[in-house]
Design a binder for this molecule. Structure first.
Ligand SMILES: Cc1cc2nc3c(=O)[nH]c(=O)nc-3n(C[C@H](O)[C@H](O)[C@H](O)COP(=O)(O)OP(=O)(O)OC[C@H]3O[C@@H](n4cnc5c(N)ncnc54)[C@H](O)[C@@H]3O)c2cc1C
Length: 315
């Protein structure tokens, strides 16, 4: 069934077609192709933006028209509705997929929002810059990681972010935000107010031998592979860590390991992950999440909050 779009969104898409090359504007793009869950119906359109001028041109259009839009990073923390998203999904590429060392300080590195954590880690390892190892196995982009203050194995983006370059969504102004301005918290940042696009980040690292860094990256990868259901599509930890506990432990204690609806299940390997065992719909995942939340609440009095960002759907 075709989604009914607001007139504003249709008009914005027509105008965006005048500023973006056709190959970077796709109508009815299945979001399942852009999410690690491999779930999600079509976005009305996907616009891939390759530089700041294009971004401000597109933002001005969506603002003027009052069209619905969202930013998509690498889609590794998104659950998109089966109906899809009735707006414009904006993805950064091109110039935003960049990484380079600072000219004046060889422990600072500038990384574009579209760069993946894995390739950032590979660059830093090769250049003998340590401090990013914790993030090497997180399957997101730098933009998504800053937005989420992604973290693992005792580290988080907050620990290394010197500054963040962003664009305001309403006026398209460039903002240079300090670590403090970013107001990082557990899986949260100032970007979650929803008024900026992250363009790039500057990370402060420390010098070390490439071989030593590579060893630590491999060690963490082995840990991740042994503990997490990396062979199934998922969005990582489904729920945030509640105060005073761990979501996975609470889910396991509630007897929910392996609980499944349709193609979605609580992973047998790591109860903190809901996985797509094959052909799961968004509704299947939501049904698992609802049951997990209710059961954990009944057993422990703790209401788990989703870490996964829900797009056009709700619990
Ligand atoms: C197997 C697996 C393991 C994982 N392990 C971890 C882990 O150890 N630690 C952890 O923290 N997370 C983990 N995650 C979750 C996920 O990888 C992180 O949250 C990641 O930071 C999301 O980045 P992304 O680019 O995929 O963002 P997306 O999922 O595409 O988007 C996430 C949010 O960021 C916003 N966003 C994206 N880019 C921008 C931008 N440029 N400007 C403004 N907003 C933007 C989006 O609008 C959305 O709201 C895991 C996921 C998987 C699938």
């Amino acid at each position: 069934m075709k989604m009914i779009l607001k007139e504003e969104t249709n008009r914005a898409i027509e105008k965006i077609a005048e500023v973006l090359p056709a190959e970077r504007l796709t109508a009815d793009e299945p979001m399942s192709r852009h999410t690690s869950f491999r779930i999600g119906g079509p976005a009305a359109c996907l616009a891939v933006i390759s530089n700041e001028d294009e971004l401000s041109a597109v933002l001005r259009i969506v603002n003027e028209e009052g069209a619905e839009y969202m930013l998509v990073g690498n889609g590794s923390n998104l659950l998109v509705s089966d109906e899809g998203y009735p707006g414009i999904a904006i993805k950064l590429g091109g110039d935003f997929d960049s990484i380079f060392a600072d000219e004046n300080d060889d422990t600072l590195v500038h990384v574009g929002a579209a760069k993946l954590m894995s390739s950032t880690s590979a660059f830093l390892t090769e250049h003998g810059l340590a401090g990013f190892e914790f993030a090497s196995g997180i399957p997101g982009s730098i933009g998504g990681a800053v937005f989420m203050n992604a973290g693992a194995y005792g580290g988080e983006i907050k620990d290394i972010a010197e500054s963040v370059r962003a664009m305001s969504l309403d006026k398209c102004e460039i903002l240079d935000l300090t670590n403090e301005d970013m107001d990082f918290g557990y899986r949260s940042s100032r970007a979650q107010k929803g008024d900026i696009v992250i363009l790039s980040a500057v990370f402060r690292l420390s010098k070390d031998e490439p071989a030593e860094i590579a060893d630590r990256v491999s060690e963490l990868a082995a840990k991740r592979n042994s503990k997490q259901p990396v062979n199934f599509p998922s969005a990582g930890s489904t729920f945030k860590r509640p105060v005073g506990g761990f979501a996975a432990a609470l889910i396991e204690e509630a007897g929910l390991k392996g609980y499944r609806v349709g193609g979605a299940a609580v992973s047998e390997k790591h109860s903190g992950f809901v996985i797509n065992e094959g052909g799961a719909t968004c509704e299947d995942v939501l049904a698992v999440m609802r049951h997990v939340r209710e059961t954990v609440y009944e057993k422990s009095g703790i209401m788990l909050e989703p870490e996964v960002r829900l797009i056009n759907c709700e619990l």
